[in-house]
Design a protein around this ligand. Structure first.
Ligand SMILES: Nc1ncnc2c1ncn2[C@@H]1O[C@H](COP(=O)(O)OP(=O)(O)OP(=O)(O)O)[C@@H](O)[C@H]1O
Ligand SMILES: [Mg+2]
Length: 264
């Protein structure tokens, strides 16, 4: 796959492979079921005339190790879906089984713990903290995991090395290009060894060379076993994602006639 990517995206430098990802969940998936299972998920905002239905009756299963794409027009509910998958938001109706566990039945503290341990996020706008160095940004998720200081430092250094940013560990986001900021954000997303990576238009603010690097990093993470759900409008991602979920007005729909399908 990487050779195909290199042909497709041309000049981007390959990110280093061999990211650490966890391969299995702590509990609840002993039946070998889907890692993620949404059933009849709705998300509505507001009330009365200002009620806005962002998702409606969404059924979705994602198997462990899958790399799926999510596309759809602006306002179709892509970010809302990712927020629900990442436990940043809750459905107003329907059920969400993560690793066989019903998310809606988890107390808030368990949801937060699950989010911190099992899910990594990558955003279009990088979302690095401006007054923290690259090192401190990558270290931040580890502060929730209760690891000893030495192990934290090793993990952060390793993650920065793997995205080719070790030399910039002391730089602040404003001193880094967009492509470098997104590499740091990838390191931050994977440093804790999450099972699931959720990426919302991660190359939307990058030029084509910078985008190639990020695409290859995600492809390598997938090859190493990560489950990835990626929101994107960029058709080039179809080479990597294999399966695309199409949203329209908050519903999962079949692809438009004649739309390009994934290359096998
Ligand atoms: N916090 C909120 N309060 C009210 N409405 C919201 C909120 N978040 C999202 N929405 C609405 O839900 C719908 C889906 O929004 P969402 O951001 O998920 O779309 P999207 O597909 O990610 O769009 P884009 O491609 O522009 O990022 C939109 O109509 C949006 O206005
Ligand atoms: Mg969005």
């Amino acid at each position: 796959m990487l050779a195909r990517l290199a042909r497709l995206f041309g000049r981007g430098r390959s990110a280093q492979a061999d990211f650490t990802v966890s391969s299995g969940g702590p509990a609840g998936d002993a039946d070998g079921g889907a890692l993620i299972r949404l059933r009849g998920v709705d998300r509505a905002f507001g009330r009365g005339v200002s009620r806005n239905i962002a998702l409606q009756g969404v059924d979705l299963e994602i198997e462990r190790g899958e790399f799926i794409g999510v596309d759809g027009p602006s306002g179709s509910g892509k970010t809302t879906l990712l927020s629900i998958l990442g436990l940043l938001d809750t459905p107003t109706a329907g059920s969400y089984l993560l690793n066989g566990r019903a998310v809606e039945e988890m107390p808030a503290s368990q949801r937060a713990r699950t989010r911190n341990r099992e899910i990594g996020f990558i955003f279009q706008s990088f979302n690095l903290i401006g007054d923290m160095t690259a090192f401190e940004n990558v270290d931040l998720p580890l502060s929730y995991l209760g690891l000893p200081g030495g192990e934290r430092r090793d993990r952060v250094t390793e993650a920065l090395e793997r995205v080719g940013m070790a030399a910039k560990a002391g730089s602040y986001p404003s001193q880094l290009s967009g492509g470098h900021q997104q590499r740091v954000a990838v390191a931050r997303a994977v440093v804790g060894g999450p099972q699931i990576l959720l990426a919302d238009e991660p190359t939307g603010n990058l030029n084509s060379d910078q985008a190639s690097v990020v695409i290859q990093m995600l492809a390598e993470l997938h090859e190493a076993g990560s489950t990835i759900c990626l929101v994107t409008h960029d058709p080039r991602w179809r080479e990597v994602t294999r399966r695309t979920v199409h949203l329209f007005d908050g519903r999962v729909v079949e692809p438009a006639a004649g739309a390009a399908e994934p290359v096998s």
